[in-house]
Structures are given as structure tokens and as C-alpha cells.
Design a binder for this molecule. Structure first.
Ligand code: TRP
Ligand code: ZN
Length: 462
């Protein structure tokens, strides 16, 4: 013990010698270079929270060049000497912090910004970034690619868990949600679609600027930019704007268009189960590029790859992406290891929709799934390579059904509605959900949910 203390004393002297007198340590630090989420090393940053992104981007399909001007309004959570934003593959021309020129350097996908004046904790600040280049998707061996992809007629920015940093400087982690005001300028005749409420368009000199405002906090991976030749339809649904767009390369009377036309009916069904729709606009975008083999729950306006509609209309994928508007978009993960909170519920919503639409019952889908589930793979913390695996989607949905069968329909839907109401616009973890469900049901549910989510043997069938 004495030995140890002497050792610690010596270490302290060494630290003082190395760093100088503690009185001169004023506590200003560099913000962390990532969010500390082991599933996405390098993504996100520390030391601040973003409140709003104001993005002005111009994209020229003839050259694939994007030029951008981003204004990021944020609040520090620590005393900062410098901080980072994520930006992949584009070049920064200038950075200003609170209107004053700031030093900046780019290190891979990190934009490191040193403001002229250090920032106190709890302080609001704005960062203006002028940037540009030819965007390229980021490719990850385990997770596929994400980001801005040039297409035959324009571009599509889409991806999970990473996409946003390929077209604007961002704190690229779902734990830091923000509002967005997005203006996209494209050659006249092309559509430029994004998230939220359409705020009109203006044309000058052969270019058209489309403006979109998402006023409800949005995780960065839920942003999208879709540029190209689209049939855009704007209407009103339940008092809010609805914008659907189908690639002109897909038939106007084909299965993609027919499926997207069901958006209003599906959203109303889901609202009858989960409670009020959480955003102020609706919609969906069907793209034609075969390289996009996914659909994604981009906030207020999911994007659907062409594969989903190849063998006819598909209500399930519409139900899945729209269910994410409650589970994933309004209530977002705080870390990617909890992604079953998104995918388990969205998959369960497919089962609810199928039953409502005259297909298999949810009970039947659960029985079929139970029979093929690999219980050695957990829904919670599935590992990076398991982020989009069956343990997350299918076993996650089974766990939701197990909860329903255990507490009964009335309590189950009170849990779901209460959960999305209480956590609306925020973030949550698996433990938060289990505690919430236990509170509503007024009984322990952790042993049950543990068995269905992470147990390594088959639970007693339902
Ligand atoms: N989250 C999407 C869904 O469940 C699927 C998805 C996983 C995805 N990775 C992606 C979509 C990358 C687009 C890009 O609907
Ligand atoms: Zn999903």
C-alpha cells in the first residue's frame, strides 16, 4: 500500500512536469473525434450537440460535382479548444465559427476545426462550412456501402449506418438528432427530393432550387437526397403535405407506383396501432437504380429500391419503412447495438399489416419464424456484421410478439403507444424499453424479454 502511494506520488510529479502547472490548465480540450460507439468507429464526435443544419447544395449530374454551404448550429457540452465534424471525400474551402474565420484541417473523414476563440461549455455557436467535390459512397466490407451515389439521371444519397457525411459536414451518429433546412439546386427539369415539408422551388439561369424543411429532430442517417427524373405527386393527407415520387424509368401504372399509392392507408393503419404519426409530412420515393438493393426509412419519406416491386405490389415493405417513422425515426437508437428496437418493431409491423390486409396472422408469422430461429444469435448487441441480420429483424419481431402474448393486447398496445409518445423525438436503449414496459404492465418483464432477445436456447413456444 505504502509502496503504491509512493509510486502514485512519483507519477503525479511526472505528469506535472510534462503538462505544466495545474493552475495554467484552463480545462479547454479537443472534442472527441467520434461518438464512442464501437459499431461505427470514427462516426460522430464529442463536445457538442447539433440543434440545426442549414444546407445549401448544388449538384450537377453532368460532372457529378457537388458544391455546398452548411450552417451548423450547435451547443457545446464541454469547454472546447477545437472540435470535429464528419465529412468524407469532399474538400473544405473555408470554415467560420460565429462568423470568424477558423483554422481547419481534414484528416480522412474528420474535419478538425480550431475556432479563433475557444468555446465555453453550454454555449451556442454556429459553424459555416463551404465545401465541394465529387461525392463517393463509403464502402464497408461488413455493412455494404452508403452515401451519395451518382445515378444515370442524377444521384441518390442513402445509407445506414453511414451516409450523411458523404454530402455534408455532420455529427454523424444517431445520438445527436437535429432539425434540417435543406435547399438543393439542380438543372431545370430534374427533381430534387429530400426530407420533410416541401417549401416550394425557384428557377433562375437554368437551375432550380428545391427547399425542404424537417422541423422534427432527425438522425443523420435518416437524411436523403434524391435527384433525377421523377414523377412527383404532392397532395394532402390528414392535414399534412404528402410527397411521393416514382422514378420516370418505372412504369406509371406499375407495382412500385401502386405500392407507394398505399402510403396513406398504411400510415393510417399504423397510427391506429402506435398513436399519432410523429412528423409533419408524409411520402415515399421509388428509385430505379438496381444498385440500391434496400429500402430505407428516411425520415417522413422512405426510399425504396426497385427490387421490392419486381414481383408485384408490396405492402409489407411500405408497412416496414413507415413503421420505422415511429420506431427508429421518432424514437431513435442511442447506439447501434440496440438496433432491434428499430428492426424488430418494423418487422412486427409487417406482420400486423399482413394480418390487417387479409394475409397471414401475426400469430402464424410468429410460429413460422419460431421454427427457423437460430437462438445462438442475440437480437441485442448482435455485432457489427449482424447489424442487419435475422437475429435483429426476425428474432426481434418474435420478442415483440412474445411480449404481446404475455401481457395481452390491451397492455401491449398501451406499452407501444406510451413508449413512442414518451420518447418522441429522442433516443432510447433496450434497458429503457424494458423498464418502460414493466412500468406499464406493472410486472417484471426483463426475464421474459431476455429469454426472447438474448437467451441461447429456444424459449417456451407461444
Ligand atoms: N434499415 C433498412 C430497413 O430495415 C435496411 C438497410 C440496412 C439499409 N442497411 C442499409 C438501407 C443501407 C439502405 C442502405 O428497411
Ligand atoms: Zn427496417
Amino acid at each position: 500500500m505504502r509502496q503504491l502511494r509512493r509510486y502514485a506520488g512519483a507519477a503525479l510529479v511526472t505528469v506535472l512536469l510534462l503538462t505544466g502547472c495545474p493552475a495554467r490548465d484552463d480545462g479547454y480540450r479537443a472534442g472527441a473525434a467520434d461518438a464512442g460507439d464501437p459499431y461505427v468507429p470514427g462516426s460522430g464526435n464529442g463536445g457538442y450537440n447539433v440543434g440545426d443544419y442549414r444546407l445549401r447544395v448544388r449538384y450537377d449530374p453532368a460532372t457529378d460535382r457537388l458544391t455546398g454551404q452548411a450552417t451548423v448550429t450547435a451547443t457545446t457540452t464541454a469547454k472546447l479548444s477545437r472540435f470535429n465534424l464528419d465529412l468524407a471525400g469532399l474538400t473544405v474551402d473555408s470554415v467560420r465559427v460565429d462568423g470568424a474565420d477558423a483554422r481547419h484541417r481534414q484528416d480522412g473523414a474528420e474535419l478538425v476545426i480550431t475556432p479563433a476563440h475557444r468555446l465555453d461549455s453550454g454555449r451556442r455557436f454556429t459553424v459555416d462550412v463551404a465545401y465541394g467535390g465529387v461525392p463517393a459512397p463509403v464502402t464497408d466490407g461488413q455493412l455494404g456501402s452508403g452515401g451519395l451515389l451518382a445515378t444515370a439521371d442524377g444521384a441518390v444519397a442513402l445509407g445506414q449506418p453511414v451516409s450523411a457525411s458523404t454530402w455534408f459536414p455532420v455529427n454523424d451518429h444517431p445520438s445527436d438528432k437535429a432539425t434540417y433546412d435543406i435547399e438543393v439546386t439542380v438543372p431545370d427539369g430534374l427533381a430534387a427530393l429530400s426530407n420533410g415539408v416541401p417549401k416550394g422551388r425557384t428557377s433562375t439561369g437554368g437551375w432550380t432550387t428545391w427547399r425542404w424543411v424537417e422541423a422534427t429532430p432527425m438522425a443523420s442517417y435518416l437524411t436523403t437526397l434524391v435527384i433525377g427524373d421523377y414523377r412527383v405527386e404532392t397532395s394532402t393527407h390528414a392535414g399534412k403535405p404528402m410527397v411521393t415520387a416514382v422514378a420516370a424509368a418505372l412504369p406509371a401504372d406499375g407495382p412500385a407506383a401502386a405500392s407507394l399509392a398505399r402510403t396513406g392507408a398504411v400510415v393510417d393503419f399504423l397510427a391506429s396501432r402506435f398513436g399519432p404519426y410523429p412528423f409533419d409530412s408524409y411520402g415515399g420515393i421509388a428509385i430505379a437504380d438496381d444498385r440500391i438493393r434496400y429500402a430505407l426509412e428516411t425520415q417522413s419519406r422512405p426510399v425504396y429500391g426497385p427490387g421490392f416491386f419486381r414481383s408485384g405490389a408490396n405492402g409489407n415493405v411500405i408497412a416496414h419503412e413507415l413503421a420505422h417513422q415511429w420506431f427508429g425515426d421518432s424514437v431513435s437508437v442511442a447506439r447501434w447495438s440496440d438496433i432491434w428496437l428499430n428492426e424488430g418493431f418494423a418487422t412486427y409491423a409487417e406482420w400486423l399489416w399482413e394480418e390487417h390486409d387479409g394475409g397471414r396472422t401475426a400469430q402464424r408469422n410468429a410460429e413460422l419464424q419460431y421454427a427457423v430461429t437460430d437462438w445462438s444469435r442475440p437480437s441485442v448487441d448482435p455485432g457489427r456484421s449482424g447489424l442487419f441480420g435475422d437475429a435483429v429483424y426476425k428474432r426481434g419481431a418474435l420478442a415483440v410478439h412474445a411480449l404481446r402474448r404475455t401481457v395481452g393486447d390491451d397492455t401491449f398496445f398501451r406499452i407501444l403507444r406510451g413508449w413512442v409518445a414518451e420518447r418522441r423525438g429522442g433516443n432510447a436503449t433496450t434497458d429503457d424499453f424494458v423498464a418502460y414496459a414493466e412500468g406499464v404492465a406493472d410486472r417484471p418483464l426483463k426475464p421474459l424479454l431476455d429469454a426472447w432477445l438474448i437467451g441461447t436456447g429456444a424459449p417456451t413456444p407461444l
